[in-house]
Design a protein around this ligand. Sequence first.
Ligand SMILES: Cc1cc2nc3c(=O)[nH]c(=O)nc-3n(C[C@H](O)[C@H](O)[C@H](O)COP(=O)(O)O)c2cc1C
Length: 447
Amino acid sequence: MSEPFPSLRSFLADVEAAGHLMAIRHPVDPYLEMAKVIYALDGRPVLFTDVMGSDYQVAAGICSDRRYFAMALGCEPERILFRLAEALAAPQEPPVVQEAPCQEVIEEDVDLERIPFLTHWEGDAGPYATAAIAIVPDPELGPNASFHRLLRLDRRRCVARIIEQRGTDMAYRRTMGDLPVAICIGLPPHILLAAAMSPPPDVDEMHIAQALAPTPLVRCRTVPLYVPAVAEIVLEGRITQQMAAEGPFMDLTGTWDIVRQQPVIEIDCITHRRDPIYQALLPGQREHRLLMGMPREPTIFATVNEVCECLNVHITPGGASWLHAVVQIRKRHPDDGRRAAEAAFRGHSSLKHVWVVDEDIDPFDPDDVEWAMATRFQADRDLLIWREQPSSSLDPSATHIPGQKSRSAKMGLDCTIPWDSPEGPEDPALFQRVPIPRIDPTPYLEA
Ligand SMILES: Cc1cc2nc3c(=O)[nH]c(=O)nc-3n(C[C@H](O)[C@H](O)[C@H](O)COP(=O)(O)O)c2cc1C
């Protein structure tokens, strides 16, 4: 049956029709086996139809390449930034429906062990849900949606990693006692992207999702929250004041995240679609990286545009899609490159290194960016270094003091053509690639 609204299922059908889906019918164990298969197929959407120990199917890697996001958003991969920026600028209220696929089956006898949370690697603390979107009611700001990895503790409880000073943490701190939560698993790419974004605190991420594609909501059964009607699984419960050990967990940079005392979540009711599909997201690999990095591209774009004309931003995979960015500008003033680098850090506080390039350099081509650095950059003139800056908790080389924001040095590389005067470079031709005519060599190869 075709889906009336964009859902995980409709997206799987789309990638299958485009010839990208890898369907795995072989039985696979979510305990230490499935992650290895997903890893081996990184970059391809995968559907496991025979999951050992569970009635659920498992989908993974559905957003493991920019082109899959582009398919979901109906644009070219290089235009994703602009679609996200438009949605941020004009959020839309989603419609509310009375009946929803996510409530086809209601389980009050909660058993999280029936859901195939993956234990990814030897050394992980246990079975984790990694594509879980937690929706909470902030008493002052309204609903907030955000990703939180969940370590399953038993049939009814899990412990969540909740990063300090972000939406969920702020709502939790403002609440006496338990904070209601609805955890949604199995969502289409546009809702995953919206949840990964950090709009202004009073903007509901579901309104961003609706601006990207239709996102009807339904009221939960046991908590005063609204969730995407198309979700495969919804865990309704409470973030309690009880703490438990969370971690170790292999995180974004492919290194171990430490063990912390984090809030325990108690689940009171599970609702799901018939024949539910559980969604897995492999930590530290392409999908995780893209979902982290891409939503920061429009925020960097906006802050750079405040100081000069920004043309595009690429958060690069080599920097774990979080710590490095290439910013493309149209240079009109000798200082534009330096000002753009400074502004980029304001647009993404975890950014560590940024390269600024001209309009003739492709920010998505690492060789092109390196060429600009090789031919236009001088370290004693164009390198900017800031010491002891607030930085990412995910960078193992940063300074981490418990309870405090991590700190690291930051570096900007102005790889734009140097301008000696406000009018422009003395001889711009010196910095341009000489155009070489391209011919078809076939006739030369014939005998
Ligand atoms: C795949 C993925 C996994 C994430 N895991 C966590 C997590 O475990 N804990 C957390 O606090 N934030 C996590 N985040 C980051 C939050 O989603 C991010 O803080 C959110 O975008 C901030 O929104 P907010 O400012 O509304 O809270 C993750 C993000 C992504 C894309």
